[in-house]
Design a protein around this ligand. Structure first.
Ligand code: NAP
Length: 254
């Protein structure tokens, strides 16, 4: 359990991939990191991944707590945030990272695939941002960092649901940045390009090759590349930066 007043960081979808790297990049001895995850189809796998992230945070001397919480559920988010506030009394940094894909061409896309992706990626970011904004406004300080995607700017065939969710996150970031700036709360987004995680590992080789051909730096990104940009946005050095989208894509989008 964190000490009252300790720096408190929350990362959604922190059990694996980019979320785990973000948890670790924001961890130090004076910080308690909360993260959630949600995969009812594989409860043992999600719990094992979360335990591994917690162990890595402990090795970095940070406090760590995790729970299975669906970001698309208003009720679950409320319980999650209430429990954090009861323990730590504040939230300094909130990273909206949880995300899913359900790819299909537009003409074949099932309504459920559309709804699932919008619910987790966009509505989840909205629900969390709305709840945490109230807390940060009262604190008169805070950082909200949203994980968007390069495709939210460029578009991508076969991902109209995902692209719409990520473009929506960029719009939400800009609107919230303008609303919350007077209370010293900044809202920024990081837009990753092609990053090696579970989300991208099962893509067909021809799709991976097509992505690689578009990357001027000539390599795919690592979760730590994205986490470094998030750590900067969470740092004192970024206090005059809000409403921005930082692309971490090896130059794929310039
Ligand atoms: P990932 O490896 O699939 O990890 C996704 C994380 O989100 C997991 O921790 C997962 O929990 C969690 N999650 C999924 N649905 C959730 C829900 N409803 N509620 C709470 N948590 C949920 O994905 P990733 O590649 O690290 O992606 C992280 C973020 O970066 C996403 O927003 C993604 O869109 C974005 N992004 C990724 C890339 C890329 O190339 N990888 C590029 C651009 C943007 P479980 O472990 O329980 O499943």
């Amino acid at each position: 359990m964190p000490e009252k007043g300790q720096r408190t960081v929350v990362v959604t979808g922190g059990s694996r991939g980019i979320g785990r790297a973000i948890c670790l990049a924001l961890a130090d001895a004076g910080t308690h990191v909360y993260f959630n995850y949600f995969n009812p189809a594989d409860p043992e796998g999600e719990a094992a991944a979360a335990s591994e992230t917690e162990a890595l945070l402990a090795a970095a001397n940070a406090g760590a707590s995790s729970q299975s919480v669906n970001v698309a559920s208003e009720d679950e988010i409320k319980v999650f945030i209430d429990s954090i506030m009861n323990e730590s009394g504040r939230i300094d940094v909130w990273v909206n990272n949880a995300g899913i894909t359900r790819d299909s061409l537009l003409v074949r896309m099932k309504t459920k695939a559309w709804d699932d992706v919008i619910d987790v990626n966009l509505k989840g970011t909205f629900l969390c941002s709305r709840a945490v904004a109230k807390i940060m406004m009262k604190q008169r300080e805070g950082r909200i960092i949203n994980i968007a995607s390069i495709v939210g700017v460029t578009g991508n065939p076969g991902q109209s649901n995902y692209v719409a969710s990520k473009a929506g996150i960029i719009g939400l970031t800009k609107a919230a940045a303008k609303e919350l700036a007077p209370r010293n709360v900044t809202v920024n987004a990081v837009a990753p390009g092609f990053i090696e995680t579970d989300m991208t590992q099962d893509l067909p080789q021809n799709v991976k090759d097509a992505f690689m051909a578009q990357i001027p730096l000539g390599r795919s990104g690592q979760p730590e590349d994205v986490a470094a940009a998030v750590a900067f946005l969470a740092s004192d050095a970024a206090s005059y930066l809000t409403g921005q989208v930082i692309h971490v894509s090896g130059g794929m989008y310039i």
